[in-house]
Design a protein around this ligand. Sequence first.
Ligand code: OAD
Length: 243
Amino acid sequence: MEKEIRALKQALAKANRVAALTGAGISAESGLPTFRGADGLWRNHDVMQLATPEAFSMDPKLVWEFYNWRRNLISGLTFNPGHKALVDLEAGIDHFTLITQNVDGLHLKAGSKNLLEIHGNLWKVKCTKCQTVTVDMSSDMGPLPKCKECGGLLRPQVVWFGESLDYGLLNRAVEAARACQLMLVIGTSAVVQPAASLAFEAKAAGAVVAEINLEKTPNSGIMDFVLLGKSGDILPKLLEHRP
Ligand code: OAD
């Protein structure tokens, strides 16, 4: 592992276009359960069944209860050394793009700048009637929050299963993947598309690709580096003694 970290550090030192793709694993050390881990249940509901437009139209109160629970949980959490290492990495690289599937806002809280939140952000809400998007940092939005403009029902501004990603954001993510010399793929099970395919875009365009995860994933086979362990341990090591 130490040898691999050294080799990846060397590759990073040569790259001035770097992209990173993160998933729920990077926030696990902040205390946030991942989606597909053993803790991916909320009151015995599979969270992936709640994060759907169907669940919201059937039982908006239940879905809001889940998101209020997440808001409350996340408002008490902070970024961890993994998030911080990506901020430090960005500061030392000419062109750095951070693409995240996380909606928790912890990358922003840590200070990442060129950030693409391709699955949205939990702290934003959108009116289902007039489509107005607003930021609301309340840790509890109440059972059925309403739009201040038109009274319509609000929903979390996150991409649910079966919904399309924002085209502009996805386009920028694909461009960053194709343009980078090195991509770090951190804490994602690599099963949700199109995010999982970004590593293939990078690899196909000639980039070095490196995965940091507790375990191997369906993407491990294309990786130049697979570093198994906690992102909060490994990412800071990649930055040690970096000028
Ligand atoms: P998953 O829960 O599917 O995967 C989390 C990954 O993080 C797993 O591969 C774990 O092995 C790894 N992991 C856990 N702790 C880690 C740590 N400390 N350090 C490094 N790796 C760790 O989460 P995602 O891949 O993010 O979508 O899931 C993708 C999308 O599916 C999410 O954005 C969400 C979900 O449904 C939407 O909400 C649209």
